[in-house]
Design a protein around this ligand. Structure first.
Ligand SMILES: Nc1ncnc2c1ncn2[C@@H]1O[C@H](COP(=O)(O)OP(=O)(O)OP(=O)(O)O)[C@@H](O)[C@H]1O
Length: 299
C-alpha cells in the first residue's frame, strides 16, 4: 500500500520550471530517499506535500485521499531552514507545537517530557532557544517534528548541524520510528546516509524525475560486471584490458570487466599474473549512480 501518490505534478516560478510532470509513489513504511542536485526541485516538492505552496497542476494523494488541510496532522516536517521561536523556552515551545498539531494539554506535556528525556536535553528545558547551541536547537526542532506521531515524516537534510554523536542519535531515533511503522521521506546530499538508510529512492534532476525504485533494484540494475582485483606487489604486468590501476601500500589494484568469462574463470586468469590478495565485484555506489544520472541529463 502507498502512503503518498503524486500524479503529473507541475510547478513553475515565472519562466523557471521547478517540477515537470512528476509522478511518484511512496510506499507505506520504510525510508524513501529523495535525491537530486542543488536546485533540482526537491524542496518545492516537499513544500507542496506540506501544503505550504500549491502545484500549478497535478495531484497529490495521502493514503488514497486528495491532499487537504486535515492531512497536516498526518505529516511531520523538518525543513532545511529550521524555524523556532528564539525567545521561547524549550519546553513551552514544544508544548505549543504539540497543541497546534491537536494534542491535548496533558498529552502534550507527557510526550514533551518523554522526548526531552530520550534526547537527553531535560536540563535545557527551561532555557530559551537563543541560549542553546545549534545542535541542541536542532534536537528541539526534531522533537517538534515528531511530537504528534506523524504517519509520514519528511526530513530535509536532518543531519546537518549535528556532530557525529548527535547525528547518530537522530539517525537511531529515525530508525526506531521506522520500526514502529512511520514512513520516512529523507532528502539529503549525504550519499553514505542514503546507502545506509534508504529502502527506496527517487531522484529529481532539473525538475524531472530521472530515477525511481527500490535501492537494491537500482543498485542491481547498475551493475556493470566489473571486478576489482588486488595483487601483492608493485611490479605486476597487467593485461591491457585492466583500467583504474592504483598502487597503495605495496598493493596493486585495478578494475577489469568480466566480459564473457565467469567470475571463477576471471579469477583463475588473474592468478596467472601474480599473487591475488583481493577479488570482488565493483557495485556502483549511490554517489556514482547519482553522478552518472546527472551527467546523462547534461548530454
Ligand atoms: N520562491 C521561489 N521563486 C523563484 N524560484 C524559486 C523559488 N523557490 C525555488 N525556486 C527555484 O526553483 C528551483 C528548484 O528549487 P528547490 O528549492 O525546489 O530545489 P532543491 O532541489 O530543493 O535544491 P537544494 O538541494 O539546493 O535545496 C531552483 O532553480 C530554485 O532557484
Amino acid at each position: 500500500m502507498e502512503i503518498l501518490k503524486i500524479d503529473g505534478l507541475n510547478k513553475r516560478y515565472g519562466d523557471h520550471a521547478a517540477l515537470t510532470d512528476v509522478d511518484l509513489v511512496v510506499p507505506e513504511g520504510g525510508v524513501f530517499g529523495l535525491l537530486g542536485p542543488n536546485g533540482a526541485g526537491k524542496t518545492t516538492l516537499i513544500r507542496i506535500i506540506n501544503q505550504i505552496i500549491d502545484g500549478d497542476s497535478g495531484s497529490v494523494y495521502l493514503k488514497g485521499e486528495p491532499l487537504s488541510p486535515r492531512h497536516i496532522k498526518n505529516i511531520g516536517y523538518l525543513p532545511e531552514e529550521r524555524g523556532l521561536y528564539k525567545r521561547m523556552k524549550v519546553r513551552d515551545q514544544l508544548i505549543y507545537f504539540a497543541r497546534l498539531k491537536g494534542l491535548s494539554g496533558h498529552e502534550a506535556r507527557t510526550k514533551v517530557g518523554g522526548w526531552l528525556k530520550k534526547l537527553d536535553i531535560q536540563a535545557w528545558s527551561e532555557k530559551k532557544i537563543e541560549d542553546l547551541s545549534k545542535g541542541m536547537a536542532q534536537k528541539v526542532q526534531f522533537i517538534a517534528t515528531v511530537i504528534h506521531d506523524p504517519e509520514i515524516l519528511i526530513l530535509d537534510e536532518p543531519f546537518s548541524g549535528f556532530d557525529p554523536v548527535n547525528a547518530e542519535i537522530i539517525k537511531n531515533e529515525m530508525l526506531t520510528l521506522k520500526e514502529k511503522g512511520t514512513t520516512v521521506m529523507l532528502s539529503t546530499h549525504r550519499m553514505e546516509s542514503v546507502e545506509l538508510l534508504c529502502d527506496h529512492i527517487a531522484m529529481i534532476n532539473k525538475s524531472h524525475k530521472v530515477l525511481d525504485g527500490p535501492l537494491s533494484q537500482i543498485k542491481d540494475q547498475s551493475r556493470s560486471n566489473v571486478f576489482k582485483v588486488k595483487f601483492q606487489g608493485i611490479d605486476v604486468n597487467l593485461p591491457d584490458r585492466c583500467f583504474n590501476s592504483k598502487i597503495e601500500y605495496g598493493i596493486t589494484s585495478f578494475d577489469v570487466k568480466l566480459e564473457s568469462a565467469s567470475p571463477n574463470d576471471l579469477l583463475r586468469e588473474m592468478m596467472g599474473y601474480g599473487e591475488v590478495v583481493g577479488f570482488e565485484e565493483r557495485i556502483p555506489t549511490i554517489e556514482e549512480i547519482f553522478i552518472q544520472k546527472v551527467k546523462e541529463n547534461e548530454q
